[in-house]
Design a protein around this ligand. Structure first.
Ligand code: SF4
Ligand code: FES
Length: 565
């Protein structure tokens, strides 16, 4: 441990800590922008300059390591003068649009400008203007002139989300935060960049101009979207949820949440939601008042009970209901004399559960594990830095199982692409059996329960999307098709494989297939083919292995690996 004197107070911190860490421990506030406790230190805003005894000039607290006996003043004339000077520089280019800025009221720059900014600007020249960028439906980069180049958003992508989607291009006053040419921000954790942007450069598209922060009331909540139970703050105005942000909880989600936790509130106010009771009369839906609707339902239930007995009544309740809703539904059904109530809507089997077993590990302990068997989770889903538990645990969709292992060696999964646009929904379908056309004698007699496929269209789709997806993945890995040592495609059919290979201009002997032995065995054939390729000595340490697959439903994916075992 090292002891320093900070504003006259003795503080002890671990060796290697920065002055900023000592200040946090002593609860002394040092103004800052680029420093964030969960990110690496960039030290590029210079707002945290402090006065270190014997140092000739002010030093950045976030990047100055503590030394035994160091004396630091954060509020001396020298420190304050330095901090005010930095603020003056930052405000040179920052637009004075606080009155219309979404960040107004919760902006670090706005707050610090009150304490450290001047009453007027000495800058007479033109301010710089940064062109807006469209990076997708969730994050707005309309007002990038507000950016102060702290690079928090860039570091977040690299270090927490595990996928670098934003970077800083150009130099000096031409510096700009941008996505890689033409790309959108797609990470499933992208909304966290809005939270950590200390100014209003990155804002939430769905929330923009909906409310000022001081108009919102706040409620604590827990995410219902997965088993992580991320802690949330739900922000409400006029009885409408307008924003959801993380509630910091070190034991669960730290200070991050997944985009689905952040943005799914939009469905609450969706235009296609049923908000008024309706009754179907004469084949037509009619809006009615609550009294009429409730009487109708009560009479219907009573009639069924009288005619067929209480056991003829049953209730299926959405598992997304609140405990209170589930309790009331149970009380209603039991009150009618029936025990038929369930929430397992999509289960085909009903073994005796004793609840979901706890594996004996708190979420926070996941980051200490060396090997993890993940079952039923889409670990490739834009999550590369799985060592970071925040990215590992926030997602729970998909299928399959995979063992993840920590390694210090470079390589492993370099890039991947996953896609689905729904455009091929009509190419592969089962006409009956779903909620749109329930099974009936007619549907069975008309053979509507067999899969139908538009084969030529699926063929065209596969031979187009496979090269496209793979080229994108190779591009992200900084490679070209010629760098691929082994391509393991979806073992669909040999014409599709050859069509895709020719478009990619990859040698025939660089493609591994086993379709001649097993036929088309779906995208799951890739791991089988990979194991066989390894057994046949086709994959070596350092090999560039590419994989590509499609689903005729229509989805696609590609991954590029540097084999390092
Ligand atoms: S966009 Fe925001 S978080 Fe990113 S560098 Fe600019 S100010 Fe920092
Ligand atoms: S917070 Fe220290 S330089 Fe930015």
């Amino acid at each position: 441990m090292v002891e320093i004197e900070l504003d006259g107070q003795k503080v002890e911190v671990a060796e290697g800590s920065m002055v900023m860490h000592a200040a946090e421990k002593a609860k002394i506030y040092i103004p800052h922008f680029c420093y964030h406790k969960k990110l690496s230190i960039a030290a590029n805003c210079r707002m945290c300059l402090v006065d270190v005894e014997k140092a000739p000039k002010p030093m950045p607290a976030c990047a100055t390591p503590v030394t035994q006996g160091m004396i630091v003043r954060t509020k001396s004339d020298k420190a304050i003068k330095a901090q005010k000077s930095v603020m003056e520089f930052l405000l040179i280019n920052h637009p004075l649009d606080c009155p219309i800025c979404d960040q107004g009221g919760e902006c670090q720059l706005q707050d610090l400008a009150v304490g450290y900014g001047g009453g007027s600007s000495r800058y007479q020249e033109e301010k710089r203007v940064v062109a807006p960028k469209d990076v997708g439906p969730l994050i707005s980069m309309e007002e990038m002139s507000r950016c102060i180049h702290c690079t928090r958003c860039v570091r977040f992508g690299q270090e927490i989300a595990g996928v670098m989607e934003l970077g800083m291009s150009h130099r000096g006053e031409h510096s700009e935060i941008e996505t890689f040419v033409g790309h959108t921000v797609d990470s499933e954790l992208s909304g966290n960049m809005i939270d950590i942007c200390p100014v209003g450069a990155l804002t939430s598209k769905p929330f923009r101009y909906k409310a000022r922060t001081w108009e919102l009331s706040r409620r604590k909540s827990v995410s219902p979207h997965d088993s992580t139970g991320a802690n949330l703050i739900v922000q409400v105005k006029n009885d409408r949820v307008l924003r959801v942000v993380p509630l910091e909880n070190e034991a669960v989600n730290e200070c991050w949440i997944a985009d689905r936790d952040r943005y799914s509130y939009e469905a609450l106010n969706g235009a296609d939601r049923l908000t008024r009771p309706m009754l179907k009369q004469g084949g037509q839906w009619q809006e009615v008042d609550w009294q009429t609707a409730l009487e109708y339902v009560a009479n219907g239930l009573k009639q069924i009970k009288d005619q067929h007995g209480a056991a003829a009544i049953g209730a299926l309740v959405s598992p997304h209901s609140t405990l209170e809703e589930l309790h009331l539904a149970t009380a209603l059904v039991r009150g009618l004399g029936s025990d038929n109530i369930d929430h397992r809507l999509r289960h085909a089997e009903f073994p005796r559960y004793e609840g979901v077993r706890w594996l004996g590990l708190p979420i926070a302990a996941l980051s200490q594990l060396q090997r993890v068997l993940v079952v039923g989770s889409d670990v490739n889903s834009r999550i590369l830095d799985w060592r970071d538990r925040t990215t590992c645990v926030l997602f729970g969709d998909g299928a399959g199982a995979v063992v993840l292992q920590v390694t210090e060696e470079p390589g492993g999964l370099l890039s991947f692409v996953l896609g689905s646009d729904g455009s091929g929904a009509e190419l592969l379908w089962v006409p009956a059996g779903g909620s749109r056309t329930p099974a009936s004698r007619d549907t069975v007699e008309q053979r509507q329960h067999y899969i139908k496929m538009d084969g030529p269209a699926v063929f065209r789709f596969a031979t187009t999307i496979m090269p496209e997806a793979l080229l994108t993945a190779l591009d992200r890995a900084g490679m070209s098709p010629q760098d691929v040592d082994l391509l393991i495609p979806h073992q669909a059919n040999i014409r599709i494989i050859n069509g895709a290979r020719r478009r990619l201009d990859i040698r025939e002997d660089a493609v591994f297939t086993n379709v001649d032995r097993y036929g088309n065995t779906s995208a799951a054939s890739i791991p089988v083919a990979l194991c066989e390729a390894i057994a046949e000595g086709r994959v070596h340490r350092g090999s560039n292995v590419a994989m590509v697959a499609f689903g005729a439903g229509l989805t696609w994916g590609a991954a590029v690996w540097k084999w390092n075992t």
